[in-house]
Design a protein around this ligand. Structure first.
Ligand code: ZN
Length: 291
């Protein structure tokens, strides 16, 4: 069973938890830490012969096209994380197309094929931003991984199908592949990445993946380059945000290495092809993830 592994490519100063500390207009003045995490991630994937999907911010692809190319050269899939990490409800229905197009242009300029996958900033595809699916279909996206089927104060669609499903829109269908959840006590718990991956024992993620395998369903995991960078600057923030951002940062790499040694991982595209939700790419076309 091939599980899906993904990295949302953004800087530590662009995450929602720290957005109060770094104004958008100041981002260019903050020294980049991207290379630290990206080197560690690409090294780990290479050591284990695994592929992943890298959801790039357009803002990052414009400034660091070399990382887009490094991912492609290593056989990984490059997809879209939107332009500058705005929540979908802040972008708004009328500006989403522009945001997607700008990101597509940045990825194309860096040499990537047109992205087939999308992940919204901070899982902000919820019932109130459901209109995003129609725009994704209109712009040719084949899959999305922005719905988190959990109860959470900011995001989440608790009743949503936790496996791979299809969302129909007037502009066409989009495959939805949410990140992995753990069903217990009558609700879905997030086990697929981020602060939860670092906070909960690794045993929980491993049990969740084993359970999904028994059920014949692949899991999806998400991590970020800044989670592989425990030396990143400490940012003044409320205690809860600081905790969520920094907890167990030094454990991310060894944990990922253990999972890579124990389970088979591929890009979202590869998993969706194996599951019959996407068709294999025609031979001879730029790969960007297909083996
Ligand atoms: Zn993000």
């Amino acid at each position: 069973m091939l599980h899906a592994l993904s990295f949302d490519v953004e800087e530590y100063f662009q995450v929602a938890n720290l957005r109060h500390a770094f104004r958008r207009e100041d981002w260019d003045a903050v020294p980049s830490r991207l290379a630290v995490g990206m080197e560690r991630i690409l090294g780990a994937l290479d050591r284990h012969g695994a592929h992943a999907t890298f959801f790039f911010l357009g803002w990052i692809a414009e400034r660091h096209p070399d990382w887009v190319r490094r991912c492609l050269d290593a056989g990984h899939e490059v997809a879209s994380h939107g332009y500058e990490h705005e929540f979908l409800w802040d972008i708004g229905e009328e500006h989403l197309e522009q945001d997607l197009a700008r990101t597509e242009q940045a990825l194309a300029a860096a040499g990537a094929p047109r992205p087939e996958g999308f992940r919204a900033s901070t899982f902000t595809l919820t019932e109130r931003t459901w209109w995003a699916f129609e725009m994704l279909a209109k712009r040719g996206y084949r899959y999305d991984s922005s719905v988190h089927p959990v109860a959470h104060p900011v995001y989440g669609v608790p009743g949503f199908e936790p496996g791979i499903s299809t969302v129909e829109t007037p502009a066409g269908a989009v495959v939805e592949f949410p990140v992995a959840t753990w069903r217990a006590l009558g609700r879905n718990w997030p086990v697929g990445g981020g602060g939860y991956f670092r906070l909960f024992p690794l045993a929980l993620t491993r049990r969740a993946l084993r359970r999904l395998e028994r059920e014949g369903r692949p899991g999806g995991l998400y991590l970020h380059p800044w989670e592989f960078d425990p030396e990143q600057p400490r940012v003044p923030a409320p205690a809860s945000a600081r905790f969520r951002h920094r907890v167990n940062l030094s454990r991310t790499l060894p944990r990922l290495e253990r999972l890579l040694g124990e389970f088979r991982f591929g890009s979202y595209r590869e998993v969706l092809v194996e599951q019959g939700a996407l068709e294999p790419r025609e031979p001879g076309r730029a790969s960007g993830g297909a083996r």
